[in-house]
Design a protein around this ligand. Structure first.
Ligand SMILES: *Cc1c(COP(=O)(O)O)cnc(C)c1O
Length: 230
């Protein structure tokens, strides 16, 4: 049941935060609803979930269309999947936070469309910490990208995101999460303001919280296995 599953996740999130000497309120749950039906998202809203993460712009567009009335104004939609420049226009209209900015070109495109839409777009920069080729994200050029984003008038940089390789034992993922926090700390010493760390998924969110996550992206542990794993 959705309610039981979500309650269990919140409890584990709180415990992980407290283990690390953090306040549970510092960590927000992004319920990942890719492939999850509108009816089930409605159910999730009914039990009090407020932040939803989608991977694909087109899929999100169709679903978010069901939640546009003022009664849903407190719901946040986050883009957690890779964004192509030619979809920036729609992403800006749909999402409160884009987790996956990984190039200056993309950031520029987002700013351009945000200006047209009359909004300031909140973004995170996706950082690649492993050598896996399939993963998007910036590596060596992080600081120049942060600088470039800060120079854009209609984009607001809020933090960093990472997606480490899938490792069976979540403890093995810890060094990646720690690395992202250390990068953030280093960037803050250089004057950047990066309050958000988006890291941790169903099987490793507790370790991520212990290492400083402020946004955990959880799908399977709330909604069950996706049929078409993506
Ligand atoms: C699918 C996805 C998640 C959620 O994964 P689960 O293992 O189902 O919790 C988190 N982050 C990103 C970027 C995803 O694509």
């Amino acid at each position: 049941m959705l309610l039981e599953a979500a309650a269990a996740i919140y409890k584990r999130m709180s415990h992980a935060a407290m283990r690390a000497g953090r306040s549970p309120e510092e960590v927000r749950l992004v319920a990942v609803t890719k492939t999850v039906a509108v009816r089930e998202i409605q159910e999730a809203i009914d039990i009090g979930l407020r932040i939803f993460g989608e991977s694909r712009v087109q899929e999100a567009k169709e679903k978010i269309a069901h939640f546009l009335t003022p009664s849903y104004s407190r719901i946040e939609w986050h883009l957690i999947g890779h964004l192509q420049k030619n979809k920036a226009k729609y992403a800006v209209r749909l999402f409160d936070l884009i987790h996956t900015v990984d190039s200056a070109d993309l950031a520029h495109e987002i700013s351009r469309h945000a200006e047209k839409a009359g909004k300031i777009q909140d973004v995170l920069v996706q950082v690649k910490l492993s050598e896996e080729e399939t993963k998007h994200g910036v590596k060596e050029d992080l600081f120049p990208l942060l600088q470039g984003i800060n120079a854009l008038p209609y984009v607001r940089l809020k933090g960093l995101m990472t997606m480490p390789p899938f490792l069976d034992n979540p403890e093995e993922t810890r060094p990646y999460f720690r690395k992202l926090r250390e990068l953030r700390d280093k960037a803050e010493e250089s004057g950047f303001i990066l309050p958000e760390l988006s890291m941790g998924m169903s099987h490793d969110f507790e370790v991520a919280i212990e290492e400083g996550a402020t946004l955990v992206r959880i799908g399977t542990a709330i909604f069950g296995e996706r049929s078409d794993r993506q």
